[in-house]
Design a protein around this ligand. Structure first.
Ligand code: UDP
Length: 473
């Protein structure tokens, strides 16, 4: 800790909308406050909605974390079908004048920001940090593997003459991760799209950061960290500072206590937790198949249901405005038939409390990076069911790299059938394969704990970053 140093005011710039990004930013802020004597200015772009979920996350933070809201920036002029990644990034870029004003007024108040830490969607804010002559850091809240891919992308783009799906060779990432073109992140799939152009610009821009912190840990993605280290100085220094997962007291809410109470009555490691992140949704058909698969399996489950939607990425944009009750979409009689062995909750469950509960024995996950980290921290084996963004790539990592999950396979219509769902549940929750995955996740859990211990790799890496900020020029 740097208690003898004057406090540093670190400005953090998470994106609006994505809770999966805001959560690790808040946890990073807490670490910097509690362990490194920093003060924090959390700069959040108002996305024009009520931001109910975001605001509830911001409640009860220590007073040394100061929140500044920037006025909403419109993207009404963008095409209606513009991808959510692009929308979020453009909104952030359009708020840069307000960001500059905020940094200027911090300076005038005598509490200048001494470093700017940006989210991946705000990567261009690196230039603003440079204007203010403060270090510009990226806090990469998704996999380190994704950085390795970003380093390869520009060359891949140059060498590819048609679409990536026509390439003869798969893409190989450090740590035995072989990506087929379908498993590329959505933003990198269609070479002629606007979002692909954004992704390519990103791959070049992140190289200009003074440093990159990643919400991961050395032991989880050792090969990726080694690879990036070897690429210095072309690639900025990359520091694993995770796993930073949500801390708080969500179980005290009504819904939280309902889940925990129900889990308390189940046998150890018997329940499969089924949840697709903060905004993930299924199609009507897929929702129905999943329900029937859960029923067919005969296993205990805790399922977070969300109103079905056809366009998954868009669902993230308007997840707070959906009024239909997701329970209305369940097959007739489903709740009665699964009563006692299944609990269905609408929209949200206290995931940390669920994954850490002794009755939870498996996790059907959409492979969002936070969910993966949380599963790692509590040693829960997974069924990987990727939906969108970079989730398919994470699924390959989970199965082939980490060996901590079994992956679902969609049929020719893009649907995972009920029989397969029931069968995968059996494979994970019973039998030898499941046992091996469980043992593996137990080792990962121990490694995660070590990384965050007092002398652990992530603790040391964060201390090193703070020292870099203190020593800056
Ligand atoms: N989460 C939760 N309850 C839910 C759904 C999600 O607490 O019912 C939390 C989850 O614990 C994680 C975050 O929301 O911290 C989701 O992040 P992730 O990266 O897994 O997925 P994303 O929402 O970004 O797709």
């Amino acid at each position: 800790t740097q208690r003898s140093q004057p406090p540093h005011n670190i400005a953090l710039l998470p994106p609006p909308i994505f809770l999966g990004h805001l959560i690790p930013f808040i946890e990073l802020a807490k670490k910097l406050v509690f362990h490194h004597n920093c003060t924090i200015t959390l700069i959040i772009l108002d996305d024009g909605s009520s931001m109910k979920s975001q605001k509830s996350l911001l409640q009860g933070l220590p007073t040394t974390i100061n929140t500044v809201f920037l006025p909403p920036a419109s993207t009404d002029d963008l095409p209606e079908n513009a991808r959510v990644e692009l929308l979020v990034s453009v909104r952030l870029t359009r708020s840069f004048p307000a960001l500059r004003d905020t940094l200027t007024s911090l300076k005038q108040l005598g509490t200048p920001a001494t470093a700017l830490v940006v989210d991946l969607f705000a990567i261009d804010a690196i230039d603003i940090a440079k204007q203010f002559e403060i270090p510009a850091y990226l806090f990469h809240v998704i996999a380190t593997n994704e950085l390795s891919l970003s380093v390869l992308m520009p060359k891949l783009d140059e060498s590819c003459t048609s679409e990536y799906r026509d390439m003869e060779e798969p893409i190989t990432l450090p740590g035995s991760i072989v990506l087929s073109p379908e498993d590329l992140p959505d933003s990198m799939k269609e070479r002629n799209s606007e979002v692909h152009k954004w992704a390519l610009d990103w791959c070049n821009k992140f190289l200009e950061a003074d440093g990159v912190m990643v919400n991961s840990f050395l032991e989880l993605e050792l090969e990726a960290f080694k690879d990036l280290e070897q690429r210095r100085p072309d690639v900025p220094p990359v520091y694993p500072v995770g796993p930073l997962i949500r801390t708080g007291t969500e179980a005290e809410s009504d819904r939280g206590s309902e889940c925990v109470k129900w889990l308390n009555d189940q046998p150890p490691k018997s329940v499969l937790f089924v949840s697709f992140g903060s905004g993930g949704t299924l199609s009507v058909e897929q929702f129905n198949e999943l329900a029937l698969g859960l029923e067919m399996s005969g296993h205990r489950f805790l399922w977070v249901v969300r109103t079905p939607q056809e366009n998954i990425a868009d669902a993230y944009l308007n997840s707070q405005s959906i009024v239909k009750d997701p329970l209305d979409f369940l097959p007739d009689g489903f709740l009665e038939r699964t009563k006692g062995r299944g609990l269905v909750v609408a929209s949200w469950a206290p995931q940390i409390q669920v994954l850490s509960h002794r009755s939870t024995g498996g996790f059907v996950t959409h492979c969002g990076w936070n969910s993966i980290l949380e599963s790692a921290v509590f040693g829960v084996p997974m069924i990987a069911w990727p939906l969108c963004f970079e989730h398919r790539m994470n699924a390959v990592f989970l199965t082939d790299g980490l060996k901590g999950a079994i992956r679902v396979k969609e049929n020719e219509n893009g649907v995972v059938g009920r029989e397969q769902i029931a069968q995968l549940m059996k494979r994970l929750m019973q039998g030898e394969e499941g046992k091996q995955i469980r043992n593996r996740m137990n080792d990962v859990k121990i490694a995660a704990g070590n990384a965050l211990s007092q002398e652990g790799s992530s603790t040391q890496a964060l201390a090193h970053v703070v020292q870099q900020w203190i020593n800056w020029k």
